[in-house]
Design a protein around this ligand. Structure first.
Ligand SMILES: C[S@@+](CC[C@H](N)C(=O)[O-])C[C@H]1O[C@@H](n2cnc3c(N)ncnc32)[C@H](O)[C@@H]1O
Ligand code: SF4
Length: 471
């Protein structure tokens, strides 16, 4: 299953002429552009089954910082299935599984922490969907498990829906003394008509959002809100009014997510022809995204990632996302069902990415950390560089003299030349930068960069499904 780690490109690696690359890029520019959902190469369906044997050495002796992502559960309580649009995990709530899950996660943390004794924990994210549904006893167990990593002066984020943030929860998080605390919540829109269509009028009403923000601000807890752009038929003025509402609430971070919706996506809105027909074309959607970005930049926000804008007067920047988009400088361990991990990018060791069993039952019945893995991918050096490129796009600038890219950038020269010609990125002496147009079309940029690698994996029979959006 694991590739031999050779620095050379495989002999069968496909070539592509500039015209073939231009045609492929044109095809991609006409398709759905994912921003929030952009992962680094490869996406989950391209990853193989995980081995049963443990893959992490007892002591990795590295001093790189590490992120810890925790999905305490996969449960959610949407009134409309998936709020109409959401592809994140949202199993029906089973309260009885919360404490067993937390206990299992904490036990795995205890076992795993022994292998990572030298690491500084750069950030902790409790998320994956609606992590704030986790009851206090289960949250306490998870916080206890995290202590095995001896986190100090780190950042701790809790993600969830506005209605379920409570004073007790925030007091527990701030009382843990791990460092700066942030809450991140889906708002999507403040428009009552759309909130009703999403079934969010009782979990994310404007009043519930304001109450959650106030709870956080009273405790100096950071606040982040997600807004959706380009809902079907949504006028641009309505998008800007949502953003202005969020700015006026005084939140620290606003995340703009261009709606990902297309026929065939497993969400209710994708079954509704009227919704699909009312979606803006990419040119119009790009114009609206640009207007939204301009409003935030002119209102004292700085764009830190493809989607995240932070108030420039904030005393400190949030750290989780910048670390997670630079996998060659920071490792990530994921705990809980469906959590993603990635280690050793840009080092001499084998770079690995894996995903845990997504089903709560499978996760609970797996007896060890290794057994909780469902899919894994072992990178050869040029793929390690591809990961650095595709994941790094979210940071808008990608250093090219660091990590695996330092030795492997030439592999991607044909794609980079076509992307530069198309006005999507600029190449400097030591970094690549997305242009403003490249930001909106970052999904097409990532897809083109990965295209030949996916063809190669397909031809070698090392790709599970024949086609995937990344390829
Ligand atoms: C996992 S949700 C977490 C938030 C929380 N569960 C809530 O709904 O309030 C993270 C965010 O992903 C975004 N998201 C989900 N599905 C999306 C889609 N199809 N297109 C774009 N963004 C999406 C939404 O803005 C959502 O707030
Ligand atoms: S948007 Fe949030 S609340 Fe709605 S289904 Fe997705 S994870 Fe659940």
């Amino acid at each position: 299953m694991f590739f031999k780690r050779s620095a050379r490109l495989p002999a069968e690696f496909p070539t592509a002429t500039p015209d073939e690359l231009r045609a492929e890029l044109r095809r991609r520019l006409g398709g759905v552009q994912r921003h929030r959902l952009l992962q680094g190469f490869p996406m989950a369906p391209m990853m193989g089954p995980a081995p049963r044997a443990p893959i992490i050495q007892p002591d990795d002796r590295q001093h790189r910082p590490m992120l810890i992502g925790v999905l305490p559960h996969t449960f959610c309580v949407p009134a409309v299935k998936g709020c109409g649009f959401c592809t994140f995990p949202h199993d029906a709530l089973k309260s009885s599984q919360m404490v067993p899950l937390a206990t299992s996660i904490a036990r795995r943390m205890g076992l795993q922490a022994r292998s990572f004794q030298h690491r500084r924990i750069a950030g902790i994210y409790l998320g994956g969907g609606t992590a704030n549904l986790t009851p206090l006893p289960a949250l306490g167990i998870i916080l206890g498990g995290l202590m095995a990593f001896r986190p100090q002066e780190t950042e701790l984020t809790l993600e969830g829906v506005p209605r379920f943030f409570t004073a007790e929860q925030l007091d527990l998080l701030t009382g843990a003394g791990l460092g700066r605390v942030r809450i991140s919540m889906g708002v999507q829109t403040f428009d009552p008509g759309w909130l009703t269509k999403m079934g969010r009028q009782n979990i994310g009403s404007p009043e519930q959002v304001a109450a959650a923000v106030a709870l956080a601000q009273k405790r100096s807890v950071g606040t982040s809100v997600d807004l959706l752009l380009n809902l079907p038929g949504q006028p641009r003025a309505a998008m800007l009014s949502d953003i202005q509402h969020a700015i006026d609430l005084g939140v620290d971070q606003i995340c703009l997510y261009h709606l990902v919706l297309r026929s065939g996506l497993p969400v209710p809105w994708a079954q509704d022809p009227a919704m699909l027909d009312a979606l803006p074309d990419n040119t119009t959607a790009h114009d609206s995204w640009r207007a939204a970005r301009t409003l935030l930049l002119s209102s004292g926000f700085e764009q830190r990632t493809l989607t995240n804008f932070e108030r420039s007067t904030a005393p400190e920047q949030f750290t989780y996302e910048p670390h997670s988009f630079r996998p060659h400088t920071c490792d990530a361990l994921g705990f809980g069902p469906g959590a993603i991990s990635g280690i050793n990018f840009g080092t001499q060791s084998q770079a690995l990415k894996w995903i845990n069993h997504a089903s709560v039952d499978d996760y609970l019945s797996s007896s060890s950390f290794s057994h909780s893995m469902e899919r894994i991918y072992a990178y050869s050096p040029f793929e390690d560089a591809l990961m650095q490129l595709t994941r790094g796009l979210a940071m808008l600038h990608i250093p090219t003299e660091e990590g695996a890219l330092a030795a492997q950038i030439a592999v991607f020269e044909p794609e980079l030349a076509v992307l530069e010609e198309a006005g999507l990125l600029c190449r400097g002496a030591a970094a690549l930068s997305l242009t403003e147009r490249g930001m909106f079309f970052a999904d097409s940029v990532a897809g083109l960069l990965a295209w030949r690698t996916v063809q190669y994996r397909n031809a070698a029979g090392r790709n599970e499904p024949a086609r995937h959006p990344m390829g």
